[in-house]
Ligand binder design. Structure first.
Ligand code: G6P
Length: 628
């Protein structure tokens, strides 16, 4: 939610900043801006409501020069998306500019205090207090007195500046990833992080900053993930990191494993479509190198718990938000069926404030694509505070949740840029199936049963590929139903979470009202919605509940509702009842969500395109929700 970029080097900063903002636009896209500085001049700022294209137009009219700069793309929290509330924010005296992700919870008190000292605020944002506090503190320290000789060299000014930054950060309650640009020290920026990610790209004679790694790709593969409570002093040729409690720390430079292809459109019209078609590969990557055929189990080295500790788990809590929460529901079926462990699935936003009685041997899994979702992070922290082992199923390497969890499993699905999650969901289901196998093999599952599960999983990438062949057919079906105003999605058992996910996909990107339900539950309310204009999407692949779902389908048909059915290969019964039939390969019940969700993703995609919606950047949404 919101994207940050920064640059210090020998090149014109604006070039990297603009390109970086384009790559981060998926994180928030209601307004944007940038600021640069050249030695001896004032801070130059260009910012605007609207998309990055609008910022680019403004920059064409008013180019920014300077080798040091910061930029931001916003998802509004405090104050509407307009030119004034867009970042960067500049202090009343023009000495400091800040870009910020996160939320400052005590901004009202801080603002009132500053206003009482005569500071005039321009924006309605919480961020502006940071920049005004910084300028205020610097003024108190006498740092601007005629740009005093003692401070002219930024090396001399570094320690006092760090002290000022630390003093201001200590006053903030909430979360931040922020980068500060100073008028009087044009050869450095300072970056600070608490609960909102920031990375530094390291290169010879230049450094890059960003709120995730994607803007760095193609510029450098050396990356430093800042930790909470760290402040980085970034110059073209130097990077120093100071931790609030540990003082100066040695930063760890890691290798960034991303290519330009990973962050580009790769010939597709939208990231969402690209990511849908990446699924044969992402499903394969989730499993790669994670099998022990000798033991007929999954090898998940990052869990950081001994088999004995795993064996003593009495209960598992899965917590997540959005699409990841739907994957958690699939996980509940998987872990209960294959591992026989009681599982609870909790919305992270509810869990964080609830106080459920949990036994000692309860293990938490936070499931998250981004690793940054504020509620999921808070729920993980709360469970950790209570002493439960906390693990993560996460996609983004080095993200906050990946750092804070005791261990976990990465999805290795590559960057997911379309706001509506697709490939992360299928990878999450696969990883949860592997976990269920792993736990099952520690308990009651026989060697032979383990082998059969592995065989089924190994066939999945090919089956996903086959399932995606429904693309052209789904597009035709989308044309038929694109004007409908309500949809129902119905499925049972493993396909109940898939129904929820199908409905969410449609809502998110096409703005059509859709509800997912366990197919039998629709008799208790939603069936009242059924008429000839309300299609029901039925998930009815062969399996243990096939006949039951068939009965539910007949109930809908009896009331004149159109039915789109997702069926397994070789099905002969559904076609005589349903209006439209989409066929996917037959897979075991426990893997069905991975194939049945694919036509639902495509259906939502094509309906959204037909309705002229901005598929990758749907209104009001953001990819990574770093606020409560
Ligand atoms: C946002 C995104 C969803 C995503 C949810 C959870 O709402 O728009 O696509 O499912 O956050 O995100 P996470 O990164 O924790 O999986």
């Amino acid at each position: 939610m919101c994207g940050i970029v920064g640059y210090v080097g020998k090149e014109e900063a604006a070039e990297f900043l603009l390109e970086g903002l384009r790559r981060l636009e998926y994180r928030g896209y209601d307004s944007s801006g940038m600021a640069t500085i050249s030695p001896g001049s004032e801070l130059s700022v260009v910012k605007t409501a609207g998309r990055i294209d609008e910022l680019a137009r403004r920059l064409d009219a008013t180019p920014l020069s300077g080798n040091c700069g910061i930029g931001h793309t916003r998802w509004a929290t405090h104050g509407p998306p307009n030119d004034v509330n867009a970042h960067p924010h500049v202090s009343h005296d023009g000495s400091v500019a800040v870009v910020h992700n996160g939320v400052i919870e005590n901004y009202r008190q801080l603002k009132e205090h500053l206003e009482s000292t005569g500071v005039e605020f321009r924006s309605a944002t919480d961020t502006e207090v940071i920049v005004q506090l910084l300028a205020h503190a610097m003024e108190r320290q006498g740092m601007f007195n005629g740009r005093a000789a003692a401070w002219q060299n930024s090396k001399d000014a570094e320690e006092p500046l760090l002290a000022v930054v630390a003093e201001v950060l200590a006053q903030l309650r909430g979360t931040y990833g922020l980068v500060v640009l100073f008028r009087d020290w044009p050869d450095l920026v300072m970056a600070a992080r608490l609960g909102s990610p920031l990375v530094v790209g390291v290169d010879d004679q230049q450094h890059f900053l960003a709120s995730d790694a994607s803007p760095l790709v193609g510029h450098t593969d050396r990356i430093v993930y800042l930790r909470d409570h760290e402040v980085a002093v970034v110059r073209a040729d130097d990077l120093r990191v100071v931790h609030r409690d540990e003082g100066h720390v040695r930063h760890r430079v890691q290798t960034l494993d991303l290519e330009l292809d990973d962050v580009g459109l790769g010939g597709y019209e939208h990231y969402m479509l690209k990511e849908i078609f990446e699924q044969p590969e992402t499903v394969r990557n989730a499993m790669r190198g994670r099998w022990s055929m000798d033991e007929a189990t999954a090898v998940l080295g990052g869990l950081n718990l001994t088999p004995q500790q795993m064996r003593s788990v009495d209960r598992i809590v899965l917590t997540a938000c959005g699409t990841s929460w739907h994957a958690a529901l699939v996980g509940e079926y998987l872990l209960e069926e294959l591992a026989r462990i009681p599982v609870e699935v909790e919305y992270a936003s509810e869990l964080r404030y609830r106080n459920p009685p949990l036994d000692n041997n309860t293990l938490l899994f936070a499931i998250t694509q981004s690793g940054e979702t504020a509620d999921t992070l808070a729920a993980l922290r709360e469970m950790k505070r209570k002493g439960h082992p906390t693990l993560a199923i996460c996609n983004v390497v080095g993200s906050s949740i990946a750092q804070e969890a005791d261990g976990g499993v990465y999805l290795h699905a590559g960057p997911e840029i379309g706001v509506a999650s697709t490939k992360a969901f299928t990878s999450q289901c696969v990883v949860l199936a592997m976990l269920a196998l792993y736990f099952g093999r520690l308990r009651h599952l026989s060697f032979g049963a383990g082998q059969r599960i592995i065989e089924s999983l190994l066939q999945l990438p090919e089956q996903v590929e086959q399932a995606l062949q429904c693309h052209a057919h789904v597009k035709q079906i989308a044309e038929k139903y694109a004007e409908c105003r309500n949809f129902l999605y119905l499925g049972r058992q493993y396909n109940f979470p898939t129904a929820l996910e199908g409905a969410l996909k449609l809502k998110e990107i096409s703005y059509i009202h859709a509800e997912g339900y366990p197919a039998a539950e629709m008799k208790h309310g939603p069936i009242a919605l059924v008429d000839e204009h309300t299609p029901s999407v039925f998930l009815i692949p062969q399996g243990q509940v096939y006949d039951k779902v068939m009965a539910n389908l007949e109930e809908i048909k009896a009331r004149g509702g159109p039915v789109i059915a997702i069926v397994g290969e070789g099905d002969t019964r559904v076609a005589s009842l349903a209006d439209d039939v989409i066929t996917v390969p037959r897979v075991d019940d426990f893997l069905q969500p991975v194939v049945t969700v694919l036509p639902l993703q495509l259906l939502a995609y094509h309906i959204a395109v037909l309705r002229g919606c901005d598929v990758d950047k749907p209104r009001n949404l953001a990819k990574s929700v770093t606020v409560e």
